[in-house]
Design a protein. Sequence first.
Length: 163
Amino acid sequence: MTLQTTTGAVAGHVINLIPRQRCGPIVAATGLANATEGRFAGVSVLNYESTVSPGVHIIGDSSATTQPKAGHIANQEAKVCADAIVRAFAGEQPDPAPVTNSACFSTITMTQASWLEAVFQYDPVTRLMTPVANATGASIGWSGDNFDQMNTWFKALMADSFA
C-alpha cells in the first residue's frame, strides 16, 4: 500500500496519481514548449501568439498562462485570439485589456455537483491575466440544482465552442 516516487514514498489505501501536466506532443515536437521547464508554450495573452514563433497562436492546455487549464478558459482564449487575429488583418493592435472568465463544475455524485468561477483581466504591468478582485465565487457544498445548472452550462459551452 505504498507508492515509491522520485520525491519519496506515499502510503495510502487509494492513490490517485496525476502526472505533471504538459503541452500536446505537436507543441513539444515543434520546439514551441519554451516555458514552465519546457512543459508549455510561452504566449502573449493579448493574442496567444507564441513567444518563439511569431504567427503561431497557441491556446488552451498547451499555453503557459496564469489561467486555469480548463475547457471553458480555452474557449475564452480562443475568442481573444480570434479577435486579435481579425484586428491584425485589419492592421490594428490586439485589444489592450482582454477579459476571460472561467466556470468549472465538479460532479460529486450521479445527481449532484459543485461549481466555482473566476474572471481574469490583462495586467499591462505584469503582462499576465490576473484574477479580478471580487469576481470569483464557489458553491457552498454541492446540490442537485448545481447538477442541473452544470448540464445547461455544458450544453451552452459545447454549442458555443463547436457552432
